[in-house]
Ligand binder design. Structure first.
Ligand code: SF4
Length: 407
């Protein structure tokens, strides 16, 4: 930190793990967004998740509003590069189905799942599985009883009480792995609700202004609410709710954190698939080797390390450069176009060498450099061979789907 930099002291909280992403407890403030595709549309949703990961998103939420969506989650979760939070409203059974699908976190709205027995059942299931819950209070769907209690108005006090009531239900079954949000579309209301909440709990807080709306007005409203609280040290994870492509939400989150000095600007932006039943290599080891090889070098590219050539190049098609494993070979691709094939043990050095080439000469020259025809043919051959040996369901997602259908 240089002599002129100023930083905001952060409120101390306990820590919750959403998959591999820590929230609270001194962890970097994470960025969230939500897919706009139907969750049953597995490929469309995964593509959006990859786009979000490229834009700097850390945690993604998908709606789980019916059984088709839950079954979609069973197929999305093993292939998602980001931990997936299932968004649950009204139907507690969808929470159980999402857990069966393997999600990293649930978001429950206390305003519309009000039966204490259902709430406790879901919390007990999360406790047993080690899955956290976000209590997502929303000014627009506040519990009717609280609305009446506070004089037919949505007040900060009512929103905080709603969150604390939910925490008490959870405590009855010994569950407290929780982060909380008290969002509203009215910025002063939202700010005051979070301030009051921060006084009465040490759970990490998820910040957002709901229904901020389209365009610059939406961006400004969300920024006014989120930035004010962050500057006071309140907030551990954020989401811009914009009426826009979710990639815009992730970008806005990233820019805000950078502007406030809460997130460091990166050099190489390395993303890696989480690995799944299809992985042909040790993705974690190769991603770590690649991270070490790029180090702090001034290579401002998005670089993807993908475990298989079946889905890797497609899922990471927006990365500037990436490599996917298949049949003991590394398939190098530039913006989704296969450009070269190398032995598996040369994957990392090839990635670095081509990244340097792109920085020096640009994407177009890199595409001209490769033998695109041969690279594509090799990738297709290895992809077909993997599909033949692994089958269509390498992640055993269909077994999870069967369990979901029994709920
Ligand atoms: S191994 Fe393949 S299918 Fe699995 S997460 Fe990685 S790229 Fe996606």
């Amino acid at each position: 930190m240089d002599a002129h930099s100023v930083s905001f002291p952060r409120r101390e909280t306990r820590q919750v793990m959403v998959g591999a992403i820590p929230v609270g407890g001194g962890a970097p403030i994470s960025i969230q967004s939500m897919t706009t595709t139907k969750t049953a549309d597995v490929d469309g949703t995964l593509q959006q998740i990859y786009d979000l990961a490229m834009a700097g998103c850390d945690i993604v939420r998908c709606t789980c509003n019916d059984l088709d969506a839950a079954e979609g989650l069973a197929r999305i979760v093993p292939r998602s590069p980001l931990p997936v939070v299932a968004d649950i409203h009204h139907q507690y059974k969808m929470a159980l189905a999402a857990l069966e699908a393997g999600v990293a976190c649930l978001r429950l709205n206390p305003g519309n799942i009000r039966n204490p027995e259902h709430i406790k059942l879901v919390a007990a299931e999360c406790r047993d599985r080690g899955v956290p819950i976000r209590i997502g209070v929303n000014g627009g769907s506040l519990d009717e009883r609280l609305y009446q209690k506070y004089g037919g108005k949505v007040t900060p006090e009512a929103m905080v009480e709603s969150a604390m009531m939910e925490l008490e239900y959870f405590a009855e079954v010994g569950f407290d792995d929780v982060k909380i949000s008290v969002k509203a579309s009215n910025v002063p209301l939202m700010i005051e609700a979070y301030r009051q909440l921060a006084e009465v709990t040490d759970h990490p807080l998820h910040l957002g202004v709901t229904e901020a709306g389209p365009g610059s007005a939406g961006l400004l409203k969300a920024t006014a609410g989120i930035a004010t609280l962050l500057a006071e040290g309140i907030g551990d994870t954020i989401r811009y709710s914009l009426t826009a492509d979710p990639v815009e939400e992730a970008r806005a989150g990233r820019q805000l954190l950078e502007a406030l000095g809460l997130r460091e600007r990166k050099n190489v932006d390395l993303i890696a698939c989480p690995s799944c039943g299809r992985a042909e290599v040790d993705v974690i080891a190769i991603a770590e080797q690649a991270q070490a090889a790029f180090g702090d070098r001034q290579i401002p590219l998005q670089v993807a390390v993908m475990g298989c050539v079946v889905n890797g190049p497609g899922e990471a098609r927006d990365a500037d450069i990436g490599i996917a494993a298949g049949n003991k070979r590394g398939h190098l691709f530039v913006r989704g176009t296969n450009v070269a094939v190398v032995p598996e043990d040369e994957m990392v050095e090839t990635l670095v060498e081509w990244a340097e080439f792109i920085v020096e000469h640009g994407i177009e020259r890199a595409l001209e450099r490769g033998d695109l025809h041969a690279a594509k043919a090799a990738a297709e051959a290895d992809r077909d061979q993997l599909l033949q040996t692994q089958g269509e369901d390498a992640n055993a997602s269909e077994q999870r789907v069967e369990l979901i259908r029994k709920i």
